[in-house]
Design a protein around this ligand. Structure first.
Ligand SMILES: NC(=O)C1=CN([C@@H]2O[C@H](COP(=O)(O)OP(=O)(O)OC[C@H]3O[C@@H](n4cnc5c(N)ncnc54)[C@H](O)[C@@H]3O)[C@@H](O)[C@H]2O)C=CC1
Ligand SMILES: O=C(O)[C@@H]1CCC=N1
Length: 273
């Protein structure tokens, strides 16, 4: 595995920043090399700090530009946070941002001292080190910075690099937001089970375990999702009856997903600036 950056400042350790930090520390990052700025530490973050002993909200005068300045704040917070954080972006380091919508140009403008900028879209399964991240770097990022960024992302799951930054809006819509679609699927299946007569608690357990088991099967099977779907679907059987509704051209899942993902990608573009 590639080496972690020699020094890291993580600004914003909420759900995503905190998940990444946990993955780094579990993955062997030396806690002495990371400083965390988080105005509202969660219980989980405080417990992590107590366990690993990294610096949580150190005195501002002790901060120096690190090799990697990792941004985990909300896109809407960036304008307010950037002026305070910008002095931490030095020419020997890179900024790694997970902010939805914020482009390499936006980041370079907000952090003019940075040696390079890497824009990443991770997803929430990073919190159990099963995330998937897509990264794009600006032209100034050399092989070493890319390798160090990869090490940070590999600690929380799979990593893909792209050259075309414009793909990140669709990436955000598919894998960044995607876990929410799956969780909503569980909610919708459970609710439909209740409508079909199941006791609520049983329906919720069945919907949840079905998604868990199907996800595990996807991971372990070499078959495509389409082949696995076909394996469940007996000709003229119950699944076939359901899929005739779900795969309906006009208002089935493909049409709904096309609309939902286009909406998310559009929102990602709007968050730029
Ligand atoms: N939650 C998710 O599934 C994903 C989130 N993201 C991105 O991750 C970023 C963070 O999202 P979440 O973790 O969900 O939000 P969050 O609200 O849990 O975390 C943001 C954190 O930033 C902190 N913060 C606010 N101002 C700050 C400042 N000036 N300095 C340092 N920290 C500050 C807040 O206290 C908060 O804990 C967003 O930009 C989002 O687009 C990307 C992919 C997936
Ligand atoms: O909803 C959002 O804007 C963020 C980015 C991807 C997942 N959560």
């Amino acid at each position: 595995m590639a080496q972690f950056p020699a020094s890291i400042v993580l600004a914003g350790a909420g759900r995503m920043g905190g998940a990444m930090l946990e993955g780094w520390l579990e993955g062997g990052l030396d806690p002495a090399t990371v400083q965390v700025l988080e105005p509202h530490p969660s219980e989980r973050l405080n417990a992590l700090a107590a366990r690993f002993g990294f610096a949580l909200n150190p005195a501002p005068q002790t901060l120096r530009p690190p090799r990697a300045l990792v941004l985990g704040v909300k896109p809407q917070t960036m304008a307010q946070a950037a002026p305070t954080l910008a002095p931490l972006a030095g020419p020997d380091g890179f900024v790694l941002s997970v902010l939805a919508g914020k482009t390499l140009d936006n980041l370079a403008a907000a952090f003019p001292g940075a040696g390079a900028v890497v824009r990443v879209m991770p997803n929430l399964p990073a919190s159990i080190r099963r995330g998937v991240s897509v990264a794009v770097a600006d032209a100034r990022a050399g092989a070493q910075a890319r390798a160090e960024a990869s090490a940070l992302l590999e600690a929380v799951g799979a990593v893909e690099w792209v050259d075309d930054e414009s793909l990140i809006d669709a990436v955000t819509a598919v894998s960044g937001s995607g876990p929410a679609y799956v969780f909503h699927l569980v909610e919708a299946m459970a609710e439909a089970g209740v409508a079909a007569g199941l006791p609520r608690a049983l329906s919720e357990r069945l919907a949840r375990q079905t998604v868990i088991g199907s996800g595990d099967l996807l991971r372990e099977s070499p078959e495509s999702a389409a082949a696995l779907r076909e394996a469940v679907t007996s000709p003229g059987g119950t699944t076939f009856a359901a899929l005739q509704v779900l795969m309906r051209e006009k208002d089935g899942m493909p049409a709904l997903f096309a609309e939902a993902i286009a909406a998310a990608a559009r929102r990602s573009r709007e968050l730029s600036g």
